[in-house]
Design a protein around this ligand. Structure first.
Ligand code: APR
Length: 243
């Protein structure tokens, strides 16, 4: 497999999903071993947050414990290196991630947009309260705390099904897509919107669009110009290699 020749691009956008963290020992959501496909597992959504907040918290506590034990892999590191080498040429790499595991930042990526939030933050559950999300200490016990401003219960700062994405990451993602000349999606089944439609905006902006995934997207998205089937940790270091 040949390098993409990253130096030819000025505004690179990479969208990542759970598949990029598999080599770090974290599960995907769909497919074999996927979190939503475990026996008895049901998806947690906005109404679970109302009816059974303890279940939502314990799911994310379990994921946080796994993420804390995990280390960034070769794919995370290749993206951090690519961002650095593009920046040295006055170009940018914006990393839009659906992942909540913090591994991109730990690998050294700086320009990361967390579309679905983070396992390492909590926010006030009161929609009318404007207090900023709070970072969780690594030793966090998973017990619900109260908002220092309004007293409502704090909840994981993670976007659940049937909940809108926060305004800032949505804005940052859209802005980067409008300008991008290369779009690469990695390790995502492409089933969850709005991220599943980002390739459409990128193609509309005139970008070259590439999917890197273990298996073909089903159904295929017509806006991907190229598809590279393989493991992100094998493919990305070669693809993003500088000339
Ligand atoms: N390299 C590349 N791709 C891989 C690898 C790997 N080593 N291992 C698995 N994959 C692929 C799978 O084939 C699958 O298509 O990664 C994809 C993961 O898909 P999902 O589990 O659906 O993950 P994602 O697309 O990130 O899910 C989107 O769904 O439940 C929500 O909020 C959750 O952010 C998540 C969203």
């Amino acid at each position: 497999m040949r390098s993409l020749g990253l130096e030819r691009y000025r505004r690179v956008v990479v969208l990542t999903g759970a598949g990029i963290s598999v080599a770090s020992g974290l599960p995907t959501f769909r497919g074999p071993g996927g979190l939503w496909e475990r026996p008895g597992a049901t998806i947690v959504n906005a109404s679970t947050m109302q009816s059974d907040p303890g279940r939502v918290r314990s799911l994310f506590d379990e994921m946080r414990a796994l993420a804390l034990r995990a280390e960034p892999n070769a794919a995370h590191r290749a993206l951090a290196r690519a961002e650095e080498s593009l920046a040295a040429r006055g170009s940018t790499l914006t990393l839009l991630t659906q992942n909540v595991d913090g591994l991109h930042q730990r690998a050294g990526s700086q320009n990361v947009v967390e579309l679905h939030g983070s396992l390492f933050r909590v926010r006030c559950s009161n929609p009318a309260c404007s207090t900023e999300p709070v970072l969780l200490a690594a030793s966090h016990s998973g017990v619900a705390s109260a908002c220092s401003s309004c007293g409502a219960t704090m909840r994981p700062d993670i976007v659940l099904f049937d909940e809108p994405m926060a305004a800032k990451p949505e804005w940052d993602a859209k802005r980067s897509l409008r300008e991008c000349d290369l779009f690469v999606a990695v390790g995502t089944s492409g089933t969850v919107s709005p991220a599943s439609n980002f390739v459409r905006s990128a193609a509309y902006a005139g970008a070259r669009t590439i999917l890197v995934n273990l298996e073909p997207m089903s159904p295929a998205h017509p806006d991907f110009h190229e598809q590279i089937l393989g493991r992100a940790e094998d493919v990305l270091p070669r693809l993003l290699e500088s000339a």
